[in-house]
Write a protein that binds this ligand. Structure first.
Ligand code: TXA
Ligand code: MG
Length: 322
């Protein structure tokens, strides 16, 4: 693993190279947003199709005016409350933002991360950073350096920031014709917490992956997926009793539970069922169980409210086959 200092990362980034960086959500694969060569390297390193746009990361508001032509009132209200932090806003772009970044869209995704290393790095640079999650396309986002290494290999320099505190990607919010906030991607800032600030906020309707791919390519159904199939079951106990003796099943429990004798592997995401802790550990559990040569993994659905709704969205995508 090629671990580098912030100073070395600055040097790489200034030379149009990519660097994996920690953020409070997941690790990002960062590159100079104003360099076509650097941005191309992000797509190549991830095997990411060019129709999937990137998020631009900024340290503070100073940079915003270079990037967006209009900052609507509702965007201000949300940014005031949640920036710096795990919120990405879709805003009308300026010409300075290339079509390569936005995949030809008129909007650019902007995020102001709160992680001290990301902040420090951004402040040392005189350009903003594009940073998609630092994993191969369609794979699970990395929440620690070893995940980046496993997915992208030894060539990619990584700034070691330990484990990401939140563990799920940022919540992405755009604005409709009436200026109402639309949640394009759920994250640790739940629908409910956005509605506390702006009650008219709603979830983008995702009826079919084909339809959604036109609005938000990254919302394709199979995303954040482990290689080992994931099944959502009504009852883990019942499932194990029925299928546990013929299959090597990895079990993901929300809270600490005595391992079932028919489970090949067991992971508890939290001690007592705390949703923030579950969110923090979910992807790490996928990464870990993926290495155990299991037939498949099982998990139960969460109560569909707040962060539980976000978690259900993530596990549904991870269990989806296309
Ligand atoms: O937490 C995060 O957001 C992490 C960290 C590294 O900041 N980044 C991240 O980036 O998750 P990525 O590229 O894995 O996901 C970005 C998502 C994609 O689903 C992409 O389609 C969507 O943002 N996106 C970017 N620009 C967009 C736009 N203009 N309109 C709609 N969706 C957009
Ligand atoms: Mg991603």
């Amino acid at each position: 693993m090629k671990l580098v200092s912030i100073e070395a990362a600055v040097d790489f980034l200034q030379r149009d190279k990519v660097v994996a960086i920690p953020t409070e959500t997941v690790y990002g694969l960062a590159a100079n947003a104003f360099s076509e060569t650097a941005v191309s390297r992000v797509f190549e390193t991830k095997d990411r199709p060019s129709y999937n746009p990137l998020i631009v990361h900024i340290a503070n508001y100073e940079r915003l005016t270079d990037l967006v032509s209009f900052f609507p009132e509702n965007a201000k209200i949300l940014a005031d409350k949640f920036w710096p932090g795990p919120l990405t806003l879709l805003l009308a772009k300026r010409d300075s933002v290339s079509d390569q970044i936005t995949a030809g869209k008129p909007t650019v995704a902007i995020r102001m991360p709160s992680h001290p290393i990301a902040q420090d790095l951004l402040k040392k640079l005189d350009f903003p950073l594009v940073a998609p999650s630092a994993n191969r396309f369609k794979h699970i986002s990395p929440t620690k350096p070893s995940h980046v290494f496993d997915s992208l290999g030894a060539e990619v320099p990584i700034i070691d920031g330990g484990e990401c505190k939140l563990g799920l990607e940022s919540t992405i919010v755009g604005f409709d014709d009436q200026g109402r906030p639309v949640v394009y991607r759920q994250g640790t800032i739940s629908l409910e917490s956005l509605q506390e600030v702006l009650p008219e906020t709603y979830l983008l309707h995702q009826s079919s992956s084909a339809e959604v791919s036109i609005v938000a390519p990254g919302m394709i159904k199979r995303h954040y997926a482990p290689n080992t199939p994931l099944k959502i079951v009504d009852s883990i106990e019942k499932h194990l009793e029925e299928f546990g003796s013929e299959n090597k099943i990895g079990v993901i429990y929300p809270a600490h539970t005595k391992p079932h004798q028919l489970a090949a592997q067991t992971i508890a995401l939290s001690r007592g069922g705390d949703l923030n802790e579950i969110a923090e550990k979910l992807y790490a559990a996928f990464h870990q169980l993926d290495k155990q040569n299991l037939d498949y993994l099982v998990i139960e659905r969460f109560e569909n409210i707040g962060l539980g709704r976000t978690l259900n969205d993530k596990i549904t995508r991870a269990s989806s086959e296309d």
